[in-house]
Structures are given as structure tokens and as C-alpha cells.
Unconditional design. Sequence first.
Length: 357
Amino acid sequence: MQHRELGNSGVEVSEIGFGAWVVGTDWWGDRSDEQAVEMVEEALDAGVTYVDTGDVYGHGDSESIIGEAIDGRRDEVTLSTKIGYDFYDNPQAGHGELPKELNEEYLTEAFEASLDRLDTDYVDVLQLHNANVDEVTPEVRDLLREWKADGRVRALGWALGPSIGWLAEGDAAVEYEEFDAVQTVFNLFEQEPGRHFVDTIRESDSDTSVIARVPHSSGLLNEQVTPDTVLEDGDHRSHRPKEWYETGWEKVDAIRFLETPDHGEGTRTMAQAAIRWLLAHDEVASVTPTFRDGDDIAEWSAASDVPPISDAEYDRLEALYARNFDIDGDDGMDVLRTSVDGDDIEAAGLDKRAASY
């Protein structure tokens, strides 16, 4: 496993991270707490040292599970959590968004509760969870700087929507000096707004890093969603139109060449190639796939050490993306794409938008 620095914070993260939204909830498969702990331990044993959780995942359950899993191994882990949703006073309605609360009093209480559940006196990375740009006031930024100064936080991040707010928010994270990272949906098939932030970081000569989530486009690029897959009603992807799957399968076939590196050394699975493409961007510090079991952990954690994407392969992918992978069809997602009210997308001149899911 290789590691990269998060911004210029001095905090190192494993190139493949553990997205702990998968534990503490049943959205990605039901498992006991004991099984969840074992899964985290298996990831740590595979070299996955960056663990990314959030207080709202399972209304605190994910943090409690992570706290148990890293007991005795805290010094091995680069631990990240997120705050900003008020789940204490609001019940969860399916996969709907909970009310957010970002005043200093609430954030302080939420952060202290997270530390208690994680059974630690500091986190390596603290992220604001889907905060809209106007909610991150100078007072909030002062509070975050205070926590960083007193050692309870080593690095700061801003985790984005995508449908809740992402473009102006990500740009602000790059602009504000407090933030070391911006987390966003980013993958070969859904390249905006990740490409936009990479370009912004380069153009502004910023030290901000990108943490890429949903690297496998919700099951397409790891081939866990195939033409034969039947998604249950409770699956968070079941609302996607059939066109999304149909065009996605065609796109996967169009990039099969990635499984055999053009420089003739080694092989990659499609899932590993999708991760390697993200890591071809120096701005991407860590990629957080959704591990479901030990087989996923073994295969995807190894992506850090399989052959990198060559310049020729990268250029070929760029050309395919510009031509919609030579697919004559729409993925049917337009009605589900938004960023706040869409005005920031139009102002930025973006043709593609992150999917709402």
C-alpha cells in the first residue's frame, strides 16, 4: 500500500481508504456489529490505514464500530469523521437528507460526541458533512482552526453532496486555507465535478487534496452490477433509470483494454483500473471504495500496487470520455442531476453534473 499527504497538513493517508458508511447501516448489506468490526480489522491488515466515517452513519453506530475495531491499533490508523447533520433531534426517513446544523455550539457538541464514540481524544481528519457554502461562516472557520491548533484535529476537509451542494462548496474548500481536502464523487463515468476541482487546484496552485468516493460508479466499474443484477427496493441505487445500467455496461466494454496494461507488465481487474485512473491525478490523495466483504478488500486494496495508468491509456480514456465512450444513448440521469439550484453549474460552464443519489 502506498501513501500520500493530505494537502500540506503532514497527515498521510493510504491510497485506498475504508469508507465506513458501509458499517453501522444496512444500506450496503446487513451485517452484525461483530462482522463489521472484523471487516475493518481485515482492511487494516491489508494495509488500508485511512478510515473515513461520519457521525450520521447509523446515527453514531458507524463511529462506535470503528472505535471498537481500532482499539489497540489507533496509531496505525489515519482516522476521519464528519459532522454537520443533526440526527439527534430528527429521525431518519429512508435515504432522505436530515436537517443540518452548523452553528458553533452544535458543532462543538457533535464533535465531542464523535470523539466519545470513537474512543479517542483526536481525529486525524475532520470533515464538514455536506455543508452549504453560506453555512461555513467565519465563526465556523475560526472554530475549526481552534480545534486544529489545540491538536484535536490534524487536518480539515469538506465532504460534498453531490445533490445537496457541491460546486461552490468545493471551490470554497480549495480557496479557504483551513481546508486540506475536498471529498467528492469522482469516477471514470462521472468525472464532474472531480475534474473541475482538480483543474481548480492546479490553476490556483492550491495544496488542497481530493478524496474520491464512489470510484466504481455504484457497482458498474467493479462489475457488481451487471445485466443480470436485480436491485432490491431498499438498494440505494434502485431509483436509477434502466438507461443508466444499459449505457454503463456498454461503457465498461469500451474500456476493457485497461485490464491489460499497454506496457505489458502485469494485469489489472476493471475495479483496480478504475482506482488507478483516479490515482493518476496527483491531486487525489485517497480513493474510498465501498467494500462489502473480504474479497473486495483483498482485490481493491491491491490497486495501490498494480501497474499505474500509462500516459497513452489516460489519453485514450480522455478521448473516449469526450465522445461519451462511443455510446449512442443517454443514461437517463438528467432529471436527477443538480447542485443546489443549478445556477453554479451554469455559471461554471460545466456540461456534466454529478448524479443525485
